[in-house]
Ligand binder design. Sequence first.
Ligand SMILES: [Cu+2]
Length: 351
Amino acid sequence: MMFYIILALGIAVFVGVLGYIYRVFALVNLSKNSGSTFERRAGKSAYVNGLLLIFMFVAGIAWILWYTYAEADRYNLPEASSAHGPAIDSMFWTTTVVVFLSFVITNALLFFFPFIYRFKENRRGYFFADNHKLELIWTIVPAIVLAVLVLMGWKTWSNTMSEAPQGSLEIEVVGKQFNWMVRYAGKDGKIGKHDFRQIDDDNSLGMDFKKDFKTNADDFTASELRLPKGQNVLLKIRSRDVLHSVFLPHFRVKMDAVPGMPTSFWFTPTKTTEEQRAELVKLGRPGAADFDYILTCTEVCGNSHFAMKMKVTVLEKADFDKWFNEQKPWAVSNKEYLQKKGINVSGLALN
Ligand SMILES: [Cu+2]
């Protein structure tokens, strides 16, 4: 590997030196000739360079458009699997199109002007110290465009970030180096209180049974995130150590997990895993038959950040309820641990 890097560097330096020598000779030649020849040759060179710049611009834009189109199926996310997802997507594409158009317009000026205003023997440059009209245009037009984008984004943001509706399914998502932990509220619909001082090898979430036995008693943990289709889900997010970020790309959900500062995100899944899988198979996407939704960390949090993932499964409501009712509360599975900690477990439903 190192050898090839050095070889590539060597070739680059060699080509650079050759080019430089050529330029020196060309300049020496130019200065030998009389004034009019010099100007003719300079004019020709400006013409060729101008054309090359235009070619580079057109070829570059064509390449971007072609690549975006040809690879769309491989890299673009499928249609959103959540109720608020389409609004986020529409905002994303509107912003992308506006930004790309401004890029094309401003860069077209940049790359066409060297050709249009290239050196000509009898043409003199036009100089001006300032131009209020031009400055007004290039200040006001971007200001209006950006204001519209910001207002649209603000509207989408406030709709997405509104208070979770009553009766949402509460799930706690906790990040730690380097995995996610999830806890369901159990039958009472409430997630029990936690205290970082209660965290140990067994009680990795720090569930506080001393202060809050009742709501903690029926909570259960799971090794994957299961969600019911069509029901509002409220993720209560926290971190046990450093910054992490909850990312459910297919649901257009993203929220930081901040130590010491609880965050949340509510949304409504609209497609089961099986429905999404079938859709991808129909689109012919690679690996579609084994598709699974994913919860992944999108904040660089340490050396195993890349592996901080959890499988997500969306089930039909009936299947979800069945699974939900079969789960054993954490406290029941860890009765001996709680007793050792001096907690009275006689109140536990031992089903
Ligand atoms: Cu991470």
